[in-house]
Design a binder for this molecule. Structure first.
Ligand SMILES: C[S@@+](CC[C@H](N)C(=O)[O-])C[C@H]1O[C@@H](n2cnc3c(N)ncnc32)[C@H](O)[C@@H]1O
Length: 302
């Protein structure tokens, strides 16, 4: 796994843990209850996999069966989990998307002219070259697929990681290309920004396809939306269109971290039923609220 990614995830997690968490209580209670319910029902004779296990802030490890694995590419995640929960679970430190190394390599390649070793491409040409390369980059989440085929887990939990794929890719590109390679004006064309959105959508779909291919019951918690600003935000009655469920977001800027992919559409099939779906608001920081979605799906009957 690239060193840049490890450093970046470690920095992100440190920043996450150093935030003022006083307003997080309701979120933490809900996410722990939701994931804990899955762990308590898990077949103790089968492995359990927790994706985005992080430092275990959101994961009630005391309910986890013995053969529960954590998966998180932050190099400090396992030791933080051990310190918090007094448990040393088996762990996978790989990039879950399987695509970040290729993305970083493509960004580095785009900075150089191929015909003269070391010759730097003008920035605009480099950004446009990268935007052209991105659609051909592989995002198969192969390591996750192999792990699932080998271990045949009896339950997979996703603990708030899917909404991070795009943010991490964005930070990775900024660390290679220099700050702000994106076009600030939302009305102006931004080929690199559009290529990144398309890469995120493909990555999230490929990840969900790996989960769908497993026969295990699934419990996923993820950021459905990120709201910047807004006053007196609240949630109305459940609405399939998530943006329309948010009240008070009139003046706010609302981002979709999954770039148009709906996990429920990808995962609910004729042979796998949705058991539960919930949404709540998580005030992450001053002026930044996340709409969290939690879904539980039964085992595949195929
Ligand atoms: C919002 S945090 C989740 C916190 C965690 N559930 C907890 O209880 O502490 C997202 C986690 O996903 C991990 N992560 C983000 N992108 C990843 C990737 N591509 N591969 C593996 N882990 C990733 C980060 O290192 C971070 O720990």
């Amino acid at each position: 796994m690239p060193h840049t990614l490890q450093r970046l995830l470690a920095d992100e997690q440190r920043a996450f843990l150093h935030r003022d968490r006083r307003a997080w209580i309701a979120h933490l209670e809900r996410v722990r209850a939701f994931l804990g319910e899955g762990l308590a029902e898990a077949d103790p004779s089968r492995p359990v996999l927790i994706l985005g296990a992080g430092s275990g802030l959101e994961v009630p490890w005391k309910l986890a069966p013995r053969a529960t694995w954590g998966w998180d590419a932050d190099p400090w995640s396992r030791i933080r989990t051990a310190m918090r929960h007094h448990r040393w679970p088996p762990w996978v430190f790989e990039d879950l998307t399987g695509g970040l190394s290729a993305l970083e390599a493509a960004a580095q390649r785009s900075l150089r002219e191929p015909w003269a070793k070391g010759h730097v491409r003008p920035r605009e040409r480099a950004l446009s070259r990268l935007a052209g390369l991105m659609p051909s980059l592989g995002v198969e989440a192969a390591t996750l697929g192999t792990w699932i085929e080998t271990h045949r887990p009896g339950l997979i939990l996703s603990a708030n990681v899917m909404g991070q794929f795009g943010v991490v890719a964005q930070r990775l590109l900024e660390s290679v290309l220099g700050p702000c390679p994106w076009v600030a004006d939302p009305e102006a064309p931004d080929p690199l920004g559009e290529a990144l959105d398309a890469w995120i959508a493909r990555t999230v779909r490929a990840h969900l396809a790996r989960l769908a291919a497993s026969s295990a019951p699934l419990r996923l918690v993820y950021d459905r939306g990120v709201i910047h600003g807004g006053a007196d935000l609240a949630l109305g009655a459940w609405n399939e269109a998530w943006m329309e469920q948010i009240e008070g977001a009139g003046q706010a800027e609302v981002e979709d971290p999954l770039c148009g992919v709906d996990p429920r559409v990808e995962l609910i099939t004729a042979d796998r039923a949705l058991h539960r779906q919930e949404r709540w608001l998580w005030p992450v920081a001053e002026g930044q609220t996340h709409l969290v979605e939690a879904i539980a799906l039964g085992p595949s009957t195929m």
